[in-house]
Ligand binder design. Structure first.
Ligand SMILES: [Zn+2]
Length: 296
């Protein structure tokens, strides 16, 4: 059997939305006999102490995982090998565009909104050399499919844009879409459960997986947690992390009970909810965060 995973960026503490997604990812994996992996996506914004706090919070909720915690920063050679594979097959090209270049570029007549317009796709070697002198290149994938369809446990068939997306940023760091696909493939992850803000990335990632000879994982993009104004949780929403809630007198068991109740599940440790867990019965709407600290 394969594996599921939770893959946070160590850019701060996990908030209730992240914690709820972690519990769901664990339930999806464990209820289907999969192993469950924890992967730290630290290629970008790693803040000192965040990983330790995140691991502590996940354990406090009663989650466990298999094998050592993987860090993407320790796997740069693996990403480089995948890039080399794509490059030798002629699937990459250099792009010198700034965000502004892309925003101001006239798009092709049938291009999807927000898609890369292909500005650097057909440059000559002389044009590349001239542009390289002014700006380091990012590497984009030569796709040419326009869109791709994935199957999601909660959303059904989902078709989204696949433009020539970036696989290596112009600072040399592997792009999120590349790192996720390579890691899921090499770690045997065949079930991806994450927030539905990432649903629109799934077609790009699934398409890249097929190019790399990897199986497309089973997807479940789960609803986010929103504040009472209907916006994504942020620091200004007050006590939305386990540490802040504990300081306000709400311990991890109580937080977990509130999360489990929002999923229609018993409020104890997640393993006690495995029997009752049924993806078909999960709420499809965002969870509007109730005031957890008012009934003290
Ligand atoms: Zn470009």
């Amino acid at each position: 059997m394969g594996a599921g995973r939770f893959a946070p960026s160590p850019s701060g503490e996990l908030h209730l939305g992240n914690l709820r997604t972690a519990i769901l990812a664990w339930l999806f994996a464990r209820s289907t006999g999969r192993s469950f992996l924890l992967r730290i996506e630290d290629l970008d914004r790693a803040r000192a102490g965040s990983e330790e706090a995140q691991v502590r919070d996940l354990a406090a909720l009663g989650l466990d995982w298999d094998g050592p915690i993987e860090r993407q920063s320790g796997r740069l050679d693996v990403f480089a090998a995948a890039v080399e594979d794509l490059r030798t097959r002629g699937l990459l090209y250099e792009c010198y565009c700034t965000r502004r270049d892309i925003a101001e570029s006239p798009s092709a007549p049938h291009a999807a909104p927000g898609a890369y317009p292909g500005t650097c796709r057909e440059l000559t070697e002389a044009e590349r050399a001239a542009r390289r002198a002014f700006r380091p290149a990012a590497l984009r994938l030569r796709t040419g499919v326009g869109q791709y369809t994935v199957t999601d446990t909660l959303h059904g068939q989902y078709t989204g844009i696949v433009d020539d997306f970036v696989v290596v940023r112009n600072d040399g760091v592997p792009a999120y879409n590349l790192a996720v696909v390579v890691d899921d493939h090499l770690q045997g992850v065949d079930q991806v459960v994450r927030g539905d803000d990432l649903l629109s990335s799934a077609p790009r990632q699934a398409y890249l997986a097929t190019l790399l000879g990897a199986a497309v994982p089973e997807y479940a993009h789960v609803p986010l947690v929103l504040n009472r104004e209907g916006r994504r949780l942020a620091k200004r929403d007050g006590a939305v992390t386990l540490a802040a809630l504990a300081e306000a007198g709400v311990g991890p068991e109580k937080v977990r009970a509130a999360i489990m109740a929002s999923l229609g599940l018993p409020g104890g440790p997640p393993r006690e909810a495995l029997e009752a867990f049924d993806p078909a019965r999960l709420p499809r709407e965002p969870w509007i965060l109730p005031p957890l600290t008012t009934d003290l």
